[in-house]
Design a protein. Structure first.
Lengths: 401, 299
C-alpha cells in the first residue's frame, strides 16, 4: 500500500525526522489560511503540492491546461489561486499514465532556502535479508538513472536487525555525503529517524528525495526531508491501525478494490485476453504464454488455492466489467481441488453472467476427466484446451488478434 | 537418496489443529508420510486421528521431538504467529522447518533469519508449497510430503525440481510424470522476498545428490536469486539444468500475487534472468508448456 506525501511526513515527524512545516487541506480557502499561518511564522516562500500517489508532479500538466502540480508562492492570495487551479482537476504526470489522477488534497508547506539536495532511502536487501539504507549526493533526480550511469555515487549501509541502525552508521553515511561540523549531527539524527520509521511502521520502502541542506532565517544550516515517499508491507498492516486509515481508495483501480473484497488478486493490464488462474506463478506465466502466441493479456488474476464457485463467479464479473476484454482463458491446475467442482463453478458462473465472449478452459489435475465431462455436457459453447500452449493458441485465435 | 527428506523422515506439524493444517496433515498421512506428532500450544495430550492413525499432539516442539524423534516440521501457523513458530522449531533443534504460511510480515522474517544465523536448522519457505520426495508405491505413495503439494502427480525418479511458485511447480512435475519421468525431490522455496532457502542452496544439494540426474529450476520476476544460481551453475554444476522464468509481461512496480514478485527500479526483470540462464548454459523453456521437454532434450 502506498500513502500520500503528507501522510509519509506525518509518520517521519513522529520518529524525529525534520520536515518543512505544513498542513494538508482540500479547499482553496483552507490552503490560504494555512499559508497565512506559515507566512506569519516567518516563512518567506510557501509551496502548494498536489497529493497523488505518483511522481513527476512538478512537471505534470492538469487536464484543464494548468501547468505544474507543485507551485511556489510568495503570497497567501497566490496560494489561493494555485490551490483553486489544482483542486478538483486531473493531473497527468509521467507516472500516472494518460488518464491522470484527480487532485483532491493539497499539502501547503514552508519552502525553505535549499543549499544542496541529496537522496536517502531504506529498503530490504533481498540478497542479505537485511535492511539497507542508501544515500547519494545526487538528490532531486531520478535515482534509477543515477544507479545506471554512476553507481559509485550511491552509498549503502547494511543494518543488523538484531541491533537496529547505530549512530555510527548514520555518521558514516553523513560523511559519505560530504557533510561537516554541525551538519553531521543533524544528518545522523534525521537518518536514524528515517530508519526507525521504516522498521517501526513495517514499511516496504521509505524514500527521501530530495533530502536537503536548508538555510534557516537565522542563517543556520540543517537537514530536512523536503519530499518523502513511503510504501507499506501489506502483510504487516494488520498491526498498524493508524496506517490502515491512511489508505486512499480513490488512488486504487476500482476493479482491483472489488477483487480484493472477494479474496482475489487482480491487476488490470492493457490487453484484450482476460485470464483466470490459480496460483501467482501460473497466473504470471499464463499472461506470458498469451503474449508468446501473439495475444495481449488483459489482466493478472490469481483466484488462490481454494477457488470456490462464488469466487469464480466474482472473478468472471470482474473480468467482464473491463470493456477491452474480447476473450477469456481459464487455466486451473487442480492439485488438491477437484477439477469437477471447479468445472461446475465455471459453468454456473458462465450461466449467471450470461457470458457471450469466447471462453477457453484448460483444466488439469485431480478428477480432471469428470471436470472435462461437466464442461462438455454443459451446453455452453466453450472451447477446451489440453495444455497451456494449446489453450493459449486457441484463445488468441478466438479473439482474432 | 533424494535431498532434504526421505520416506523415512519423521515429520511433525505445527498448527495441526487449524483447518488448513489439519486438511493437509490428512493428505500427507494418506500419502504415506510419517507424520509422528502435532504441536498446538494448550492442546498437548490430545490426538489427531485420521485413516486409522493416531497422531499425538504436544504443547511444544521440543517435547514432540523428544517423544517421537521427529526431525522435520511443517508450519501451518497463521501469519502473526508464524515467525515465532519457526524460531521455536529452530530452538528445539529440528533439522528442517518448512513454513507454508502465506502473509508473514517481512520484518518478522528479517528478524527470524537473523536469529537463525549459526543454527543448524534449515528453513524452507515461507509462502511455499513445501517439499515432496516421491515414494515407490502407486501414484508415488509412500513418499515424504511436507506441505500442500498434490502427492499423486509425482513419480519416483531422478529429476530435481526447485521453484518459487506452487501451481507452476505442479505443472512441471506433471509434465515430467506424464512423460514417464520421475523426480528425486521437488522443493518449493516460496514467493516471499525473505526466505530460508534459495534456488542456489537447492541447486547445490541436487548437484551433490547421486540420485538426481537433471534439474528444473523455475523462477519469477523480482530479486536476483535466479541470477546468483545461474552464475554458480555456470561454474560448478555437473548436471543438465532447464529453467523457466514467469512474469515477462508483468508491469513494473506491481506485486504479482507473490510478495516477492515485483520489478522495481528496473531490477529483477524476466529478461535479465533469462539472459543469465542462457549465459550459464541453462536450457530456457520458452513457454511453461515446455519445461519438461526442454530438460529431457538436454539429457
Amino acid at each position: 500500500m502506498n500513502i500520500h506525501e503528507y501522510q509519509a511526513k506525518q509518520l517521519l515527524a513522529q520518529y524525529g525526522v525534520s520536515v518543512p512545516p505544513g498542513e494538508v487541506c482540500d479547499t482553496p480557502e483552507a490552503a490560504k489560511k494555512i499559508a497565512e499561518g506559515l507566512f506569519a511564522k516567518g516563512e518567506t516562500l510557501v509551496v502548494v503540492k498536489s497529493q497523488i500517489h505518483a511522481g513527476g508532479r512538478g512537471k505534470g500538466t492538469f487536464k484543464s491546461g494548468f501547468q505544474g502540480g507543485v507551485k511556489l508562492c510568495k503570497t497567501a492570495d497566490d496560494v489561493y489561486e494555485k490551490a483553486k487551479a489544482m483542486l478538483g482537476n486531473v493531473l497527468v504526470t509521467k507516472q500516472t499514465g494518460p488518464e491522470g489522477r484527480l487532485v483532491s488534497k493539497l499539502l501547503v508547506a514552508g519552502a525553505p532556502e535549499i543549499k544542496k539536495e541529496f537522496y536517502c532511502a531504506v529498503l530490504l536487501d533481498r540478497a542479505s535479508s537485511r535492511p539497507i539504507m542508501m544515500v547519494s549526493t545526487e538528490g532531486g533526480v531520478d535515482i534509477e538513472e543515477v544507479a545506471e550511469k554512476s553507481p559509485e555515487k550511491i552509498v549503502k549501509e547494511t543494518i543488523d536487525p538484531a541491533v537496529g541502525m547505530m549512530p555510527y552508521q548514520a555518521r558514516k553515511l553523513a560523511g559519505a555525503l560530504g557533510l561537516k561540523g554541525d551538519l553531521i549531527g543533524s544528518a545522523a539524527k534525521l537518518l536514524l529517524g528515517v530508519y526507525k520509521t521504516w522498521w517501526e511502521c513495517d514499511a516496504a520502502m521509505v524514500e527521501i528525495n530530495p533530502l536537503c541542506i536548508i538555510v534557516g532565517s537565522d542563517g543556520k544550516e540543517t537537514l530536512s526531508a523536503v519530499d518523502a515517499k513511503v510504501s507499506m508491507d501489506d502483510n504487516a498492516l494488520y498491526r498498524h491501525k493508524n496506517i490502515q486509515e491512511m489508505r486512499d481508495l480513490a488512488e486504487e483501480a476500482p476493479l482491483e478494490i472489488e477483487a480484493s473484497k472477494h479474496g482475489l488478486n487482480y491487476i488490470k493490464l492493457d490487453g484484450s485476453i482476460a485470464c483466470l488462474v490459480n496460483g501467482a506463478g501460473l497466473a504470471m506465466s499464463t499472461m506470458d504464454i498469451i503474449q508468446h502466441f501473439g495475444g495481449n493479456p488483459a489482466n493478472f488474476l490469481d483466484v488462490g488455492g481454494g477457488a470456490s464457485k462464488d469466487q469464480v463467479t466474482a472473478a468472471f464479473k470482474i473480468i467482464l466489467s473491463d470493456p477491452s476484454v474480447k476473450g477469456i482463458l481459464v487455466n486451473i491446475f487442480g492439485g488438491i481441488m477437484d477439477c469437477d467442482v471447479i468445472a461446475t463453478g465455471i459453468v454456473a458462473a458462465v450461466k449467471e453472467t450470461g457470458l457471450k465472449l469466447p471462453l477457453v478452459v484448460r483444466l488439469e489435475g485431480n478428477n480432471v476427466d469428470a471436470g472435462k465431462k461437466t464442461l462438455a455436457e454443459s451446453g455452453l459453447s466453450l472451447i477446451t484446451g489440453d495444455t497451456m500452449a494449446d489453450a493459449a493458441q486457441k484463445v488468441v485465435k478466438a479473439v482474432g488478434v | 537418496m533424494a535431498i532434504l527428506v526421505t520416506p523415512q523422515t519423521k515429520v511433525l506439524v505445527q498448527g495441526i489443529t487449524g483447518s488448513f493444517g489439519a486438511r493437509h496433515t490428512q493428505l500427507s498421512i494418506e500419502y504415506g508420510t510419517l507424520i509422528v506428532a502435532g504441536v498446538t500450544p494448550g492442546k498437548g495430550g490430545q490426538f489427531f486421528e485420521h485413516a486409522g492413525k493416531k497422531v499425538p499432539i504436544f504443547d511444544t516442539v521440543a517435547e514432540a521431538m523428544k517423544q517421537t524423534g521427529a526431525t522435520a516440521s511443517a508450519v501451518f501457523v497463521p501469519p502473526p504467529f508464524a515467525a515465532d513458530a519457526i524460531l521455536e522449531g529452530v530452538d528445539a533443534g529440528l533439522d528442517l522447518v518448512v513454513a507454508i504460511t502465506e502473509g508473514i510480515p517481512v520484518n518478522d522474517m528479517v528478524k527470524a533469519r537473523r536469529a537463525m544465523e549459526g543454527k543448524k536448522t534449515r528453513l524452507i519457505g515461507p509462502n511455499c508449497p513445501g517439499i515432496v520426495t516421491p515414494g515407490e508405491g502407486k501414484d508415488s505413495h509412500g513418499g515424504c510430503r511436507i506441505g500442500i503439494a498434490p502427492g499423486y502427480i509425482h513419480k519416483k525418479g531422478n529429476i530435481g525440481v526447485v521453484s518459487r511458485s506452487g501451481t507452476l511447480t505442479y505443472e512441471a512435475v506433471w509434465q515430467l510424470t506424464c512423460r514417464g519421468v520421475g523426480q528425486s525431490t521437488c522443493v518449493g522455496i516460496g514467493g516471499d522476498p525473505v526466505n530460508g532457502t534459495s534456488h542456489l542452496d537447492v541447486i547445490k544439494m541436487f548437484n551433490d545428490d547421486p540420485e538426481t540426474h537433471g534439474i528444473i529450476m523455475i523462477g519469477e520476476i523480482g530479486g536476483s536469486a535466479e541470477e546468483e544460481a545461474a552464475e554458480w551453475i555456470k561454474k560448478n554444476c555437473k548436471k543438465p539444468v532447464a529453467g523457466f522464468i514467469a512474469g515477462a509481461t508483468a508491469p513494473p512496480g506491481r506485486r504479482m500475487g507473490h510478495a516477492g514478485a515485483i520489478v522495481s527500479g528496473g531490477m529483477g526483470t524476466a529478461a535479465a534472468k533469462i539472459e543469465a540462464f542462457k549465459a550459464a548454459g541453462i536450457g530456457v523453456a520458452v513457454t511453461p508448456s515446455e519445461m519438461a521437454d526442454t530438460l529431457l532434450k538436454m539429457m
